[in-house]
Design a protein around this ligand. Structure first.
Ligand code: ATP
Length: 632
C-alpha cells in the first residue's frame, strides 16, 4: 500500500498548484477589441469603480459577511456531526446522546437556513439600491450628452445599457461577490477539516483537482465567447426593436411587414442560437465536474472501504466508518463550490463586460460643456448676432459657410431657402445644440460660449418641426414638470395660442391622456400645444421651425394667428416653409447651400426679383392651382 504514497503527494501538490492557476486564469482577461467609444478596461479598474458604488452600503455588506460565516461553519461542521452520528449508531451508544447530536445538527441547520435567508434578503435589497443608483447616474449622464453624441449612439443601445447591462451587474452584488467569497472560504475550510480528519483521503481528493482546472479553463474560454455573443445579439435586437417599433407605421404604409419580419426573425434566431450555445457550454461543464465528483466518491468508497475493512487506511492511518461518511459529505461539499466558482467567475466576467459598457457611456465626456468662466444669463433684451459662422456636422463638409446677420430685440426674422440649405441648423446653433467651428454667435453682445448652457436655454423657447409629446396628459406636456403653474395660467396661455378651442372640446380637458409621441393628436394640434409649452416658460427669444406636415386650413389659420401674437412677446426666429406666414417679418433671410444670398423685407425681396421672388411665385402659383382644383 505504501507505494501509493509519493504518487498521492505529487498528485496533491499538482492539485494545489492547479487551484492557484485556476484563480490566475480567471483573473487574467481575454483581449477584446475596442469598438467606437467603448473601451477596454482592466478588471481592477472596473472592480474599483463598482466598489465605489457599493461603498455607501458597507454596513449591509458587513452584516452579510457575518451571516455568511454561519453558513460556512455549517458546511464545514455538518459532515463531522453526521460522521459522529453514524459512529453513535454503529457503536450502539445511548439514545440520549444520539438525540442530542441529532437535535444539535437540526439546530445548526436551522440557524444556517435563517442566516442564508437574511443574507439573500439583504443582498437583494442592497444590490437593487446600488443598481438603481447606477441607472440614475446613467440616465442623468445621457441627459447631458450633446445632440451630436446622441445622434451617434442608437437609442436601443442606450436602452440595453440602462436595463440589461445594469441587471447583469446587479447579479454581481446580489449573488456573485458574496458567493465567490463564501465558496472560496468553504473550499479552504473543507480542505483543512479533511486534512485534520484524514490527510491520506484528502490527498486522494486533491488528485482530481487538475482535471477540474483543465475543464474550467476550457469552459471559461467557450463560455466567455458565448456570453459576449448573447450580449451583442441582445443589443442588436433591442436597437432593431426600438427603431422599428417607432417606425412601424412607415413599415405598414409601405407594406414592408414581411421583409421587416424576416429581418427580425434573423436577429431573433441569432439571439436564440447564442443563448443555446451558452446553455450548451454550461450543459457540458456541469456533467464533467459531476463525473469527477462521482469518480472521487468511488475512489473513496473503494480505498476508504478497503482501509476500514483492514483496520487502517491505505497509508496506515486509522480509519473509522464515521470518517468515511464525513468524507463522503466533504467531497460533495468540496466539488460543489469548485463547480460554482468556475461558473461564478464566468458570470462575474459577464458582469464585468456589462460594467465596461456602462462605464464607457458614463466616461463619454459631454461635448457641450460650460466654459470654466461661463456666466449666468439674467434678463436679456433679445439681440442676436451671427459673425462669420462656419459649421459642419461631418468634418470639412460645411453646412454653414460664413453666415452673418444681426437681429434687434423684439424683431421677427424669417429664414427661407430650399431644403437642406441650413435653416434649421442656424436655429440649433443659437441654442448650443451643436458647437460651431468658426465665427461668433452673440446674444446681447455676449459670446454664447461664455454663457452657462442651461441659463442660455432657459431664455429660449424652441418650437421644433417635429413636435415631441411625451405620454402623459396635456397638462404635463405643457408644464413639463415645472411646479407652481396653475390651471388658470395654463388655460390663459392655451387661449393666447388658440389651443383652448380644441382642448375645451376634449372629454377631459387638460387631463386628456396623451399617448406616446402624441399620436392621438393631429399635427396642427401638436404644434399649438408646443406653442403653449413654449409661451408658459416665458422665453425672451422664440425659435420656431415651422411644421412641414399637412395641416388643415382651419388649424393653419389658428397657427398663423397665434404666431402673430407671439411676435409681441420677444425676439422671434422662424424657419418658414409656407412663405405666406412670414410676409410681415421684420427681415427675411434667404439661404442657399449654407450661405445668405439675400435679405430684406417681403416687399424689398419681391422688388429685387431674386431667389426669394422665385420661391414666392413658385409657391403662390402652386397654391392657386391647388385652390382651383379644390373648387372643381
Ligand atoms: N445631424 C446631422 N448630421 C449630419 N448632417 C446633418 C445633420 N442634420 C442636418 N444635416 C445636413 O445639414 C444640411 C442642412 O440641414 P438643415 O436641417 O439645416 O436644412 P434645412 O434648410 O433646415 O432643411 P429643411 O428645409 O428640409 O428642414 C443638410 O444637408 C443635412 O443633410
Amino acid at each position: 500500500m505504501h507505494n501509493y504514497y509519493p504518487i498521492l503527494w505529487v498528485g496533491a501538490i499538482i492539485g494545489v498548484i492547479s487551484t492557484l492557476l485556476i484563480v490566475a486564469a480567471f483573473v487574467v482577461k481575454d483581449g477584446e477589441k475596442e469598438t467606437g467609444f467603448e473601451r477596454n478596461m482592466k478588471d481592477s479598474e472596473i472592480m474599483q469603480r463598482l466598489m465605489d458604488y457599493a461603498k455607501p452600503f458597507y454596513r449591509q455588506f458587513i452584516v452579510v459577511g457575518f451571516l455568511m460565516l454561519f453558513s460556512i461553519a455549517y458546511d464545514i461542521i455538518s459532515p463531522l456531526i453526521v460522521g459522529k452520528i453514524e459512529e453513535l449508531v454503529v457503536g450502539k451508544f445511548a439514545l440520549n446522546t444520539l438525540f442530542l447530536w441529532v437535535a444539535g445538527y437540526a439546530a445548526i441547520l436551522l440557524v444556517s437556513m435563517a442566516c442564508t435567508y437574511f443574507q439573500a434578503v439583504i443582498l437583494q435589497k442592497t444590490g437593487q439600491k446600488i443598481i438603481s443608483n447606477m441607472r440614475e447616474d446613467l440616465f442623468v449622464h445621457i441627459e447631458r450628452l450633446s445632440h451630436e453624441q446622441l445622434n451617434e449612439i442608437p437609442v436601443g443601445k442606450l436602452v440595453t445599457r440602462t436595463t440589461n447591462d445594469t441587471n447583469a451587474i446587479s447579479l454581481m452584488f446580489t449573488n456573485l461577490l458574496v458567493n465567490l467569497l463564501k465558496n472560496f472560504f468553504v473550499i479552504i475550510g473543507i480542505l483543512i477539516a479533511m486534512l485534520f480528519l484524514n490527510y491520506e483521503l484528502t490527498l486522494m481528493v486533491l488528485c482530481f483537482v487538475p482535471f477540474i482546472v483543465l475543464f474550467s479553463i476550457i469552459f471559461r474560454k467557450f463560455s466567455r465567447r458565448a456570453h459576449r455573443k448573447v450580449k451583442d445579439c441582445t443589443t442588436d435586437i433591442n436597437t432593431y426593436l426600438s427603431e422599428n417599433l417607432s417606425g412601424m407605421k412607415i413599415t405598414q404604409i409601405f407594406n414592408r411587414e414581411d421583409a421587416k419580419m424576416r429581418e427580425f426573425t434573423d436577429k431573433s434566431n441569432a439571439l436564440g442560437r447564442a443563448q443555446q450555445e451558452q446553455i450548451f457550454v454550461f450543459g457540458i461543464f456541469r456533467p464533467l465536474v459531476y463525473m469527477l465528483y462521482i469518480s472521487s466518491v468511488l475512489c473513496l468508497l473503494y480505498l476508504g472501504g478497503k482501509g476500514y475493512l483492514e483496520g487502517t487506511s491505505f497509508l496506515g492511518q486509522t480509519l473509522t466508518s464515521g470518517m468515511i461518511v464525513s468524507f463522503y459529505m466533504y467531497i460533495s461539499k468540496f466539488f460543489n463550490p469548485i463547480q460554482n466558482l468556475a461558473e461564478q467567475f464566468n458570470w462575474l466576467q459577464s458582469a464585468f463586460a456589462s460594467a465596461e459598457k456602462v462605464f464607457s457611456i458614463l466616461d463619454l465626456e459631454p461635448k457641450m460643456q460650460d466654459a470654466p468662466d461661463a456666466i449666468e444669463l439674467t434678463g436679456i433684451r433679445g439681440e442676436i448676432e451671427f459673425r462669420g459662422v462656419w459649421f459642419s456636422y461631418i468634418p470639412d463638409e460645411w453646412v454653414l459657410k460664413g453666415v452673418s446677420f444681426h437681429v434687434n430685440p423684439k424683431e421677427t426674422i424669417a429664414f427661407v431657402g430650399s431644403t437642406g440649405s441650413g435653416k434649421s441648423t442656424i436655429l440649433s446653433l443659437i441654442c448650443r445644440n451643436y458647437e460651431f467651428q468658426k465665427g461668433e454667435i452673440l446674444i446681447d453682445g455676449i459670446d454664447i460660449r461664455k454663457i452657462k448652457i442651461d441659463s442660455l436655454r432657459k431664455k429660449f423657447g424652441q418650437m421644433l418641426q417635429d413636435v415631441f409629446l411625451f405620454s402623459g396628459t396635456i397638462r404635463s406636456n405643457i408644464i413639463l414638470r415645472e411646479e407652481g403653474i396653475s390651471d388658470e395660467e395654463i388655460m390663459d396661455v392655451c387661449h393666447y395660442v388658440n389651443a383652448d378651442q380644441f382642448i375645451n372640446k376634449l372629454d377631459h380637458g387638460l387631463d386628456e391622456p396623451v399617448r406616446e409621441r402624441g399620436n392621438n393628436f393631429s399635427a396642427g394640434q401638436r404644434q399649438l400645444l408646443s406653442f403653449a409649452r413654449t409661451i408658459i416658460h416665458k422665453p425672451s427669444i422664440m425659435i420656431l421651425d415651422e411644421a412641414t406636415a399637412n395641416i388643415d386650413t382651419e388649424t393653419e389659420l389658428l397657427i398663423q394667428d397665434s404666431m402673430e401674437k407671439m411676435k409681441n412677446i420677444g425676439t422671434m426666429l422662424i424657419v418658414a416653409h409656407r412663405l405666406s406666414t412670414i410676409q410681415h417679418a421684420d427681415e427675411i433671410i434667404v439661404l442657399s447651400h449654407g450661405k445668405i444670398v439675400e435679405h430684406g423685407t417681403h416687399q424689398e425681396l419681391l422688388a429685387a426679383q431674386g431667389r426669394y421672388y422665385q420661391l414666392y411665385t413658385l409657391q403662390y402659383h402652386r397654391e392657386q392651382s391647388e385652390k382651383q382644383r379644390g373648387r372643381k
